[in-house]
Design a protein around this ligand. Structure first.
Ligand code: FCB
Length: 460
């Protein structure tokens, strides 16, 4: 048994059954409680009102998703957004993070603007504001217009200009009402795994490094646009940050885990927040960097968006790109129903690391549990594992805040069960159950628990 196994076993004790609320005494009085979603995962209406195709429409059509699921209907949020905002109001959240579907507003990714697409986000934003919920808008949550993918997508340096133009359109249209703006969701995920998170053949080291650099440049360009066009903007980027740990005590696995950790956790935050790429990446990425690029990426931002779920266990696989593969999880690590390790202490450590390394206010913009929830015979959906998970993770965040971490908000993934990428609709992360055949929304037990927590936290 290695030391991680020991500590994972100890950590399992954090997960006590029951539904009592965690302490929030360490959190700021103006702490923001929210929920997150993304366009492709909930909107549906993929062929309506002039929306163009995204890489995910094509990926689904090519049969790459479990059960041949597609985003065509998803949660039908495009038509049911009012009901969804009403759910948020019932929940008591102060903020809602969503993304704009680039191909809905620019069907070809650039050029002709699709007015009905913009009008949908106008309606959504107005509905949120009327409900007293602050909109947090993310420009890019993976649904690249297919027309741009056909030109090489993020591997083409032109993508920086495409993204800046798209940001200009969004800022001009919504900047009067939306002040919280994120450039990208999890750039490391769609760059590292774009063979699956995109349509193209991107699993080459050279394409990977070009893509990383262009996405970083696109971030910097969009920050400048948003800063200039949106008075009072509060801007950040949302990073998926999970500690990468070796799955055995071998040196080779330790080296592979360290290498993956650099790409997964640092390839974007380091240049964006510190103005440099981590040194182990430089031999591979330097050839794509033109004079002035690092200054274009390192633009002042207001916060660090943190998505965190679980540590990642890694083993060496010399034949693969970057020399890693996912390894076995040590025995004794508690797992979510979909098999992700549960380790609230690792969340606390991640908060400390991000605070220490980047010194920005942190908003946790995704955290949650994936399961296979089902209504019982009375029609109720009870999800005690999710409640236990949230209680333990929020407890760890409270502790980190008490230890000086500047964490200012926490958003659960997700408001609704939704299209979980390659897993389709089989994995459910929602506080609200979706009965897909009828589109009925059923708040789960965790929904009521979170509503109680927010009430308690806001009464302070
Ligand atoms: C994150 C994604 C989000 C969702 C959750 C479960 O990596 O940002 O869209 O799929 O995982």
């Amino acid at each position: 048994m290695n030391s991680k196994e020991n500590s994972a076993g100890d950590r399992a004790r954090d997960l006590k059954p029951g539904s009592e609320l965690p302490s929030v005494a360490g959190l700021r009085p103006d702490f923001i409680w929210g929920v997150s979603t993304s366009s492709f995962q909930i909107e549906g209406a993929t062929n309506e009102d002039g929306r163009g195709q995204s890489i995910w429409d094509v990926y689904c059509r090519n049969g790459k998703v479990k059960n041949h699921d597609t985003g065509d209907v998803a949660c039908d949020h495009y038509h049911r957004y009012r009901e969804d905002v009403a759910l948020m109001k019932q929940l008591g959240v102060q903020a809602y993070r969503f993304s704009v579907a680039w191909p809905r507003v620019l069907p070809q990714g650039r050029g002709a603007v699709n007015e009905p697409g913009l009008a949908f986000y106008d309606r959504l934003i107005d509905e949120l504001l009327a409900a007293g919920i602050e909109p947090w808008l993310c420009l890019y949550h993976w649904d690249l217009p297919q027309a741009l993918e056909d030109l090489g997508g993020w591997t083409n340096r032109e993508s920086v200009a495409w993204f800046a133009d798209y940001a200009t359109l969004v800022a001009a249209r919504f900047g009067d009402r939306v002040k919280r703006l994120a450039t990208f969701n999890e750039p490391s995920m769609f760059s590292l795994f774009s063979g699956s998170l995109g349509t193209g053949d991107r699993n080459r080291e050279d394409a990977l490094h070009r893509m990383i650099h262009h996405v970083n440049l696109a971030h910097g360009a969009a920050v400048d646009v948003l800063r200039e066009k949106v008075p009072g903007a509060s801007i950040g980027c949302i990073h998926n940050y999970q500690p990468c740990w070796p799955s055995s005590g071998s040196d080779a696995d330790a080296a592979a885990a360290a290498r993956l950790g650099i790409y997964w956790n640092r390839a974007f935050p380091d240049p964006q927040c510190r103005g440099e790429y981590p040194s182990p990446m430089r031999p591979a990425i330097d050839r794509y960097i033109q004079p002035g690029d690092l200054a274009r990426i390192f633009r002042p931002i207001d916060w660090f968006g943190l998505n965190h779920y679980s540590p990642v266990y890694v083993k060496a696989q010399p034949a693969s790109m970057l020399g890693f593969a996912f390894g076995d999880k040590p025995a004794g690590v508690p797992l979510t129903p979909i098999g992700w390790p549960i380790d609230p202490e690792a969340f606390g450590e991640t908060l400390l690391t991000v605070h220490h390394d980047y010194g920005l206010p942190i908003y946790v913009l995704e955290n949650g549990l994936g399961g296979f929830d089902k209504p019982d015979e009375t029609g109720a959906v009870t999800d005690p594992e999710r409640v236990q998970f949230l209680r333990a993770y929020i407890g760890a965040m409270n502790e980190a805040a008490s230890n000086g971490v500047d964490v200012r908000g926490y958003f659960i993934w997700s408001l609704l069960d939704n299209f979980e990428w390659e897993q389709g609709y089989s994995n459910r992360f929602g506080l609200t159950y979706i009965d897909y055949p009828t589109q009925r929304r059923i708040p789960k037990a965790s929904f009521r628990w979170y509503a109680d927590l927010i009430k308690k936290a806001r009464r302070r």
